[in-house]
Design a protein around this ligand. Sequence first.
Ligand code: DX5
Ligand code: ZN
Length: 216
Amino acid sequence: MTVKIAPSILSADFARLGEEVRAIDEAGCDYIHIDVMDGHFVPNLTFGPPIIKCIRSWTEKPFDVHLMIDPAQAYLEEYATAGADIITIHAEADKHIDRSLQVIKGLGKKAGLSLNPATPEHIIEYVIDSLDLILVMSVNPGFGGQSFLGSQLEKIRRIKSMIGDRNIELQVDGGVSVDNIKTIADAGATVLVAGSAVFNKSDYKKAIEGLHKAVG
Ligand code: DX5
Ligand code: ZN
């Protein structure tokens, strides 16, 4: 089985962010996962469009921008201009999910919808045909290095069956490691975010290869 690996730069060395992005590119990642946090929707703050713009020239790999911000709609164009390829909003942070997804598509970007651990999957039912990616949060968003919530495996399976033969990526974010990646991929995930499982290792290439190997 082949899955995509999206290292989260949340766990990178922020003082050397450009070099870190180049390093995971050269190590063979598929996407660059960029965690944007606003200190309001989640209890942590990271960065916004200016920093995304600065690291854009360090790689040609897709920028997978995970917006943990509320509100998001007013800022979508700024993230598109800064270099995002995929823009993922949170279902819990948006009263007008359908409209935001149309805005993202109108900007020529891929549209993603993310669900927190307690959010049921039925929220995607009436927007599924506007989605390029569905993100299942397998930790409570805000921090890297937390443990995978096993409760999300059933949700991953259910969403996989809702997707059917549509061309939609199923991304899982939080607590992914060599020890659980196979179970998560077997449940239906096609893109695995890995923060500490890559950046806490000295050899990023080995870490990414190890994740692929564990999937088998
Ligand atoms: C959490 C972020 C994740 C996180 C993953 O809010 O969305 O992307 O950085 O980090 P690990 O893989 O360490 O759980
Ligand atoms: Zn994320």
